[in-house]
Design a protein around this ligand. Structure first.
Ligand code: MEV
Length: 421
């Protein structure tokens, strides 16, 4: 019998025992995985995904100095890359001189799709859907008492046609006001609930019943003014605008430009347990909406010569439901933010994305990106070389001075300067 069969039914130790037989992991390495989680944590993780053998932690940092819509926030960020948290905080501090970030998030409508083939007369099918709109919405809303009670839930229905291999396929789209939830599950349930009725009235066959992650009915924009005198004057302002224009005109640069934005967005999304894959997919689709991949931000200057940054993107986030209710760190991170509203979370996340983009462009057109990275990189190298905590700062500055950041250098400096008696 395959040792992985019924793996999901095995205990934590049994699962790790099987991993031991099937891999080259040592007993110490397996114990490391085992001891990363308490039994409670293991059980919680085991309810979240399948075949769990442990949990995997990432650093949780705090971005400071953020003011969004005149309110101050401490912003939790979960990410493995050095400099992101510091860069966001620095950008937020500069933005504060001109009032911080102003952000606006519109409807929180998720989009559900039912794709129907073989409708025959497609226009007749659409007419049937329009005529039975009320019943369809009622059927969809029968899946949620929670949303209906607060006057949310499925609100609108619309139809589109696409042609595949000379056949017209009907897409029925449901707009669902999901309130503070991300709403994927409820949207999917609604799509499944209405599909048989749609088949009946259109005479077609439903193929897919699923939400669309291209969340264009959950748009957010944020903007900030960066005082030219705080960033090296009009020379830097012009360089940042030119850097943005390079991204506008070169897709290879635009992808990196947007990657920097996602550094901020995904870090806050991770800390609050959002679906980061959905966020990324929607952001990149939006960046490509004209047929060319473009930057998600826009940089100009005002009549005063100060730099103005604007970001706009679809952003699907929630503050209740799903894993957010289960994951203790997500709950605590939302408490650190001090928010309950998905719209506010969306405004904060977009502001962090803009801050991150400003920080990257500012660094790129001035000192370059590596200077800030080097210290943290050197710290990582020093700790990988086994340097004791109390000696790390000293070894780091000596490695930077010597322009040699390597495990060999850290080890030789340790021999030279650290007391081992
Ligand atoms: C690194 O993670 C992100 C940057 O490359 C973004 C950019 O180049 O704009 C610095």
């Amino acid at each position: 019998m395959n040792e992985f069969s019924k793996f999901f039914k095995k205990s934590k130790s049994e699962r790790l025992g099987i991993i031991k037989k099937s891999t080259k992991l040592t007993q110490n390495e397996l114990s490391y995985i085992h001891n990363q989680t308490t039994n409670n944590e293991f059980e919680r993780a085991n309810k979240m995904i399948e075949n769990v053998i442990g949990t995997f932690s990432l650093p949780l940092g705090i971005a400071t100095h953020f003011t969004v819509n005149n309110k101050n926030y401490i912003i939790p960020m979960v990410v493995e890359e050095p400099s992101i948290v510091a860069a966001s905080s620095k950008a937020a501090k500069i933005a504060n001189a001109r009032g911080g970030f102003k952000a606006r998030s519109g409807n929180q409508y998720s989009i559900g799709q039912v794709h129907i083939a073989n409708c025959g007369d497609i226009n007749k099918a659409i007419k049937q859907i329009v005529q039975n709109k009320k019943q369809i919405l009622q059927l969809a809303n029968s899946k949620t008492h929670t949303l209906s009670k607060i006057n949310k839930g499925a609100k609108k229905i619309s139809c589109r046609k696409i042609t595949i291999d000379n056949n017209i396929l009907l897409i029925v789209e449901l707009l669902v006001d999901v309130g503070n939830a991300m709403g994927a599950n409820i949207t999917n349930s609604m799509c499944e609930a209405i599909s048989s009725y749609l088949e009946k009235i259109t005479g077609g066959k439903s193929i897919l019943k699923i939400l669309s992650n291209y969340s264009t009915s959950r748009m957010v924009t944020a903007s900030a003014i960066f005082d030219k005198n705080k960033i090296g004057g009009s020379k830097t302002v012009n360089k940042i605008i030119l850097a943005y224009k390079i991204a506008m005109n070169d897709e290879y640069r635009a992808v990196t430009h947007n990657k920097g934005i996602m550094n901020g967005i995904v870090s806050v999304a991770n800390a609050t347990c959002q679906d980061t894959r959905a966020i990324e997919a929607a952001a990149h689709a939006f960046a490509s909406r004209t047929g060319r991949y473009l930057p998600l931000t826009n940089w100009t200057k005002n009549s005063n010569g100060d730099l103005i940054g604007v970001i706009e993107l679809p952003l699907s986030v929630g503050t209740i439901g799903g894993v957010i209710n289960i994951h203790p760190m997500a709950k605590l991170c939302l408490k650190i933010l001090g928010i309950t509203s998905a719209k506010t979370l969306s405004c904060i996340i977009a502001s962090v994305g803009l801050a991150q983009n400003f920080a990257a462009l500012y660094a790129l057109v001035t000192d370059g990106i590596q200077k800030g990275h080097m210290k943290l990189h050197a710290k990582n190298i020093a700790s990988a070389a086994g340097i004791k905590l109390e000696n790390i700062d000293m070894i780091v500055s000596k490695m930077i001075q010597a322009n040699d950041i390597s495990i060999q250098k850290a080890t030789s400096l340790q021999k030279q300067f650290c007391d081992y008696t």
